[in-house]
Design a binder for this molecule. Structure first.
Ligand code: GTP
Ligand code: SPV
Ligand code: MN
Length: 644
């Protein structure tokens, strides 16, 4: 058969037969599939070369964060079956992970420093520390050597230049992540700022080195489920704060793999913040404008899956109030020259808990992910939409769904949960209808109040205010919460999660408390007030005493009025509590205020003693003495209280 016959519409004399030699960049033997290796700063070239030699990918792909690049990757992942297009929305996709890779893995997350006690406190003998896990560099090297050499064989290595915080802001930091997961690349593109501009801003300055591999070199040794390569038996997430380096292996999920998020913006950044005199916190940032038009900003630290995203973008039920979101998960805060505490959101997107999110609870989140979004471990409806627990009233009964575990049923039929409880949406923050016009302000926004909270079914009043900055730090150190699905946990119901940072501490928690206590030591600093809230108190039948969500504005309103110095609080052993009638309850149905605000003596005696024991066990001699002193005062006040 002649060529002309094979391609009948091309005439023989028109056939192009010459071959072009194009110069293919290679690093060692590894081809550069995209981008110009030489355009990267020298320090990055050295880092990437090291990664290539160690992990032996089949190619190197230098990302530019562009839409065209994303479309190319999405196309590949759709063909492979990792992503399913949700045709109901524009440019949105569903991803089902391996069911064994669904949340952060705290027990496999380590911080490595030569001195153990730089990283973890002196725990009581025989007690297992829960405020960070330390591993010595030598032992860690053995673990890494078991995993990383050759771990990208047969896979592409993506090189991601990203900025945490607006590119070029004095408060921002730069990272470079290499990964063999293109799902991770797509999510990093939503959650951080990926751009070649990062190379220019970086120059010869320091960057955080982020190395991530799903731990499935080809040919793969284990059965890959859902086209989601991972290696759950060998997950390891190692942080080297001195080297500003992260090595993550075996998981593609969220906080394990989007290294800009918890690993960098909290664990490594908290160490940078310690060294540079600022704070990296697990906090939302929002601007609240009351009817008088005087906007104030709050930050709030709640443990994972305890309501940060919801509060950050709440739709206030009180008329005349406006809420605008700056960030929903992480705040970097620094006192400026004028002594104001300024906060930036280092992230560019939301990685939010899907179940429970609906047009009633969080319409602003819903509106943020109507396009350009990725949904992980949710269910899919027959008409190409997403579904999860909480959307019962928004998706027609009888609609066929395919659950996160690939099982099909009609809505309304009994069955196991359609979505995983830690299922997430990932979307650009810029798509949020109430994104704050200053959310990318390089100087950050001024913080008036810092709020702590957790899921506390019993004993803890709706809101109280710290008596001082030090007292606020003590309140933060005693944050506890019911366990949630955001991380693997070992059966405990109420867990301590001090400062909502338990899984995210980058150094010795006692030293971290001291760092907070040191903040006022610089003269001229205006300290925000500190509060504690609890939306989750229940009655004997287990029903929430407080309606929560949009109604939380009533509590925020009280907090803002306190920041302005209104005389609406009375002192109690745990702090200032609202004077009766000082929280606006107008238009709310029946609220059992007595129970909602009660402070049972014996509950609090137990709780205070338990908190002290926790700190003695977990933080020991590293606990700043003032914290114990304040707990003793609290205990004494409850001892003196008449029985209630
Ligand atoms: P991470 O992203 O894991 O850090 O979680 P988060 O702190 O942002 O929590 P999120 O706002 O996603 O809320 C988690 C769950 O708590 C969701 O199922 C919400 O529906 C529920 N929730 C949030 N706010 C409230 C509230 O005020 N009252 C009640 N009862 N539930 C709430
Ligand atoms: C959290 O668990 O606090 C999260 C989700 O925000 S993850 O990114 O997985 O840490
Ligand atoms: Mn979080």
């Amino acid at each position: 058969m002649t060529t002309a016959n094979m391609y009948p519409d091309i005439k023989e004399e028109d056939l192009v037969t010459e071959v072009h030699e194009i110069v293919l960049q290679k690093v060692g033997h590894v081809p550069v599939a995209k981008g110009d290796f030489m355009k990267m700063p020298k320090s990055v070239r050295i880092f990437v070369s090291h990664c290539i030699q160690l992990m032996k990918p089949r190619g190197v792909y230098i990302c530019d964060g562009s839409e065209a690049e994303a479309q190319e990757i999405i196309h590949k992942l759709e063909e492979r079956g990792t992503l399913t297009r949700l045709t109901k929305y524009k440019n949105s996709y569903l991803c089902r992970t391996d069911p064994e890779d669904v949340a952060r893995v705290e027990s496999k997350t380590f911080i490595c420093t030569p001195d153990k006690y730089e990283t973890v406190p002196h725990v009581r003998e025989g007690v297992a520390g829960i405020l960070g896990h330390w591993m010595g560099p030598d032992q860690m090297q053995v673990e890494l050597n078991d995993r990383f050499p050759g771990c990208m064989a047969g896979r592409m290595m993506y090189v991601i230049p990203f900025s945490m915080g607006p590119i070029g802001s004095p408060l921002s930091k730069i990272g470079v992540q290499v990964t063999d997961s293109n799902y991770v690349l797509l999510c990093m593109r939503l959650m951080t700022r990926i751009s070649p501009k990062v190379w220019e801003v970086l120059g010869d300055k320091e960057f955080v080195k982020c190395i991530h591999s799903v731990g499935c070199p080809r040919p793969v040794q284990r059965v890959v489920k859902n086209h989601w390569p991972c290696n759950p038996e060998n997950v390891l997430i190692a942080h080297f704060p001195h080297e500003r380096k992260i090595k993550s292996y075996g998981s593609g999920y969220g906080g394990n793999s989007l290294l800009g998020k918890k690993c960098f913006a909290l664990r490594i950044a908290s160490v940078i913040a310690r060294d540079e005199g600022w704070m990296a916190e697990h906090m939302l940032i929002s601007g609240i404008t009351p009817p008088n038009g005087e906007e104030m900003f709050i930050t709030a630290a709640f443990p994972s899956a305890c309501g940060k995203t919801n509060l950050a973008m709440t739709t206030p039920t009180l008329p005349g109030y406006k809420v605008q979101v700056v960030g929903d998960d992480i705040a970097w805060m620094r006192f400026n020259k004028k002594g104001e505490l300024r906060a930036i959101n280092p992230e560019a997107g939301f990685f939010g808990v899907a179940p429970g999110t609906n047009m009633q609870t969080n319409p602003n989140a819903m509106m943020s992910f109507q396009e350009n979004s990725i949904f992980t471990n949710v269910a899919e409806t027959a008409d190409g939409g997403y579904y999860w627990e909480g959307l019962e009233d928004e998706v027609p009964k009888g609609m066929a769904i395919k659950t996160w575990l690939n099982e099909t049923r009609a809505l309304g039929q009994p069955g196991p949960p359609a979505s995983h409880p830690n299922a997430r949406f990932t979307c650009p923050a810029s798509q949020c209808p109430i994104i704050h016009p200053r959310w990318e302000d390089p100087e950050g926004v001024p913080v008036s109040a810092i709020i702590f909270g957790g899921r506390r079914p019993k004993g803890v009043p709706l809101v109280f205010e710290a008596k001082s900055w030090e007292h606020g730090v003590m309140i933060g150190a005693c944050v506890k919460s019911e366990a949630t699905a955001a991380a693997e946990f070992k059966g405990k119901k109420i867990m301590h999660d001090p400062m909502a940072m338990r899984p995210f501490m980058g150094y010795n928690f006692g030293h971290y408390l001291q760092h907070w206590l040191d903040m006022p030591k610089v003269p001229g600093r205006k300290l925000p007030k500190i509060f504690h809230v609890n939306w989750f108190r229940t009655d004997e039948s287990g029903k929430f005493l407080w309606p929560g969500f949009g109604e939380n504005i009533r509590v925020i309103d009280w907090i803002l009025r306190r920041c302005k110095g209104e005389d609406i609080a009375v002192e109690s052993p745990i702090g200032f509590i609202p004077k009766p009638g000082s929280i606006n309850m107008e238009g709310l149905g029946k609220i059992n205020e007595k129970e909602l605000f009660s402070m049972p003596k014996h509950y609090w005696l137990d709780d205070t003693r338990e908190s002290r024991r926790f700190l003695e066990d977990q933080v020991g001699v590293d606990t700043p003495p003032i914290i114990f002193k304040l707990l003793e005062d609290q205990e004494a006040a409850f001892v003196a209280m008449p029985d209630n």
